[in-house]
Structures are given as C-alpha cells and as structure tokens.
Write a protein that binds this ligand. Structure first.
Ligand code: SF4
Length: 116
C-alpha cells in the first residue's frame, strides 16, 4: 500500500510517499530531510496533534492549547476534559490551566484579566 502525505513539520510542505507492507513502513520518499521521514513514520503508526481550542472562563472564553502533541485518538477525550473545566481569572499566556489532560498540560495562549 502506498500512502501519500504532506509533511507539516516545516513550511516546505514536502509531498511524502510511505510504502506500507504487512503493516510495516518499508520506505519513505519525497522527504528532503530526516524529519520528514520521521513524520511519515509517526503519521502512519501513531499520528499526533497539538490541540488548540477555547475554554470557558469568567466573562467568556480563553484560548488554550496542549503544551505538546497528543495521540490523534485522544483528542476527543482531551476536549471532554477541557469542556468540563472552568478557567479561573486572571490568566496569562503560558499558564497551565489543566495538568496532564491525556498526557499534556493545557496552557493559556491568551491573557484574560479579572473584570474591574
Ligand atoms: S521533509 Fe523536511 S524539509 Fe520537507 S517539509 Fe518535512 S521537515 Fe520540511
């Protein structure tokens, strides 16, 4: 089986081809650096994503993200955890809002001050 992928590790966006035989990756081509090969292997075996979303807080929502990638099949579970929490104010970029949600911390990507 041949799987075609676009490498998203850097803006070059190389078009990769991963040859899979008996559920094993036997060759990766199209990459112009080793990171592309590793990306193709990861994408075919355990695809990972950074989750970016919003979370409820006083007066609205605050933008948050995972501080590392998590398995794609854990995204729904991670979103359930985020949606079950309410972020206390004040919030500053980089604050850990939730620790270890599906293997990653949920951190703020936006400042939110308490209403005066
Ligand atoms: S293969 Fe290397 S150069 Fe190409 S997009 Fe991926 S990281 Fe960038």
């Amino acid at each position: 089986m041949l799987r075609e992928l676009t490498c998203i590790v850097c803006p070059m966006g190389c078009q990769l081809k991963a040859e899979i035989t008996d559920n094993k990756i036997v060759n990766v081509s199209g990459n112009t650096c080793p990171r592309g090969k590793q990306y193709a292997i990861n994408e075919c075996t355990d695809p990972q994503r950074t989750v970016t979303t919003t979370m409820r807080c006083a007066g609205g929502v605050v933008s948050v993200k995972t501080d590392r990638t998590i398995s794609k099949d854990k995204i729904f579970e991670c979103m359930k955890i985020i949606n079950s929490h309410f972020a206390p104010l004040p919030i500053h970029v980089g604050d850990v809002i939730i620790e270890k949600a599906c293997g990653a911390n949920i951190v703020a990507t936006q400042n939110k001050e308490e209403a005066v």
